[in-house]
Design a protein around this ligand. Sequence first.
Ligand code: ATP
Ligand code: MG
Length: 512
Amino acid sequence: MISASKDIILRQEAYAFSHEAVTRHGLTIDEAFIRGIRHIGYRSNLHAIAELIDNSIQAYAQRIDLVFGYSDDGSAKKPNRIAIIDDGHGMPAAMMRLAMMWGGTHREDDREGLGRYGYGLPCAAVSIARCFRILSKLDRAPIFEVCLDLDDLELGSYRAANGLISLPDAQPAELPDFVSQHIQQHYPQGWRSGTIVVLEKLDRVEWTTALGMRTNLLRHLGVTYHKISDLAALYVDGTRVRPVDPLFLTPSADYFGLDDDRAVPLEPVTLSITNPASGRDGLVTLRYSWLPPTFGALDKTRDAVGLNANQRFPILKDYHGIIFSRNGRLIDVQNRLPWTVFINNDRYIRVEIEFSATLDELFGVTTSKQQVSVTAMVWDALRQAGIHKAIEQLRGKVKQAKSFRFEAVSRAPVPKPLAAVVQKRCLTEQAPKAAAPLHSLLVMDGVGGLAANQAHPLFNGSAGAMACAHALQKLVNMLANQASSTGTRAKDEYGDLLTAWCIAAWPDQPDV
Ligand SMILES: Nc1ncnc2c1ncn2[C@@H]1O[C@H](COP(=O)(O)OP(=O)(O)OP(=O)(O)O)[C@@H](O)[C@H]1O
Ligand SMILES: [Mg+2]
């Protein structure tokens, strides 16, 4: 076992020992507390489940499984249990009851990892289910279990003779059938150590079918954990969660190479901020990208609506605004900033603020770690680091690319007399600059002219491509004739026109 895991287990034991004689002095009315805390306000089941995944990651799990259990009547449409299984270091039996309690944590106010409050596990569990159990196993030790059933709590089953609520201590236990079946199938070495949280009596599940649950979890967990996906392999109902970078800048993440469109990055910016509450410094990194207008579309000549939306589109829609990520884990997306609001068009600009948990107070991180409330001090620091300008720059790029595409598409079907078009554009507006250099599609022909670049992938020998190549060559020749009689400025204009024409002809080729 790695020594970091041993350290944690020792700390858990010490913590459990020091809390052995925890007595209640009446800070809460237990049943009322539970009723209220069930509505702590996780935005969705997904945010609650992420708390349990955070815990598994922090226990150095290599594999984390979300598994569904079904009722005995054979219906596999809607699960009646959910288990989060990990193969981390597990918990000592004495820690398990504390883990089930609100406030029980061996990592009080830790800023290195994901958890720090001691609320995540029980809050997440009761936000979805009326009953949850924790099973845990240290290496070469038996399995223990603790369970909290809110119905039994209401019935007074946990009340001791002195009138106080007393949660039973961990007991040796067997794995539930659906969990042990899953382990048999997917853990060839067996389950040596780890923790399993089983949610039962599911009364607050948002998704009506297992399919809906699986699809949503796969999509969103891929985004939530994309930066730390190499820490543990995460599976939902047997399917591996693939990382999805919502800025589409990570080549190894899904949808980066879905088609030939690519996100365009701006230079990231890192700044250090001191948290006045603790005197500790923390890093903040700003990442930016903008997307070509066709980025979310299947057929690049049409808008990304309805059936023409590709797999990227839901990500553009769901993660629309500034994305906040804390210690590598996405926690919030906000589209209302103090100085601007992200409108629909802004889906094509992507901004992420990654911050260290040492700055939690400044980012107003809530106990459920699903929301930020950024302080004025941080906004000021971000402004100085250029966030306002960067957002405007990204908006400018998207606008330019859109108008360029619009011109290209509207011009493409009916070729207009070139001289007239050039003249009109010279009079009315500055020509938009090409999105990418022309020379990848065109090359100098050795005698000072332009020719279609036969090495370009467009001219790959297929019948359609060759027809395009010939059409392009014809246009090039025509332009060359015109340009020779009209000087350099017109040459630039012709260049822009040609680029627009190419984009219309091959909208999915980013380097045209
Ligand atoms: N999967 C797990 N493996 C090992 N220990 C765990 C696991 N899940 C929870 N624990 C233990 O239970 C404690 C309580 O977990 P809980 O999620 O409630 O709080 P936390 O992670 O410490 O802080 P936060 O409220 O910020 O999540 C943890 O501090 C840890 O000791
Ligand atoms: Mg936690």
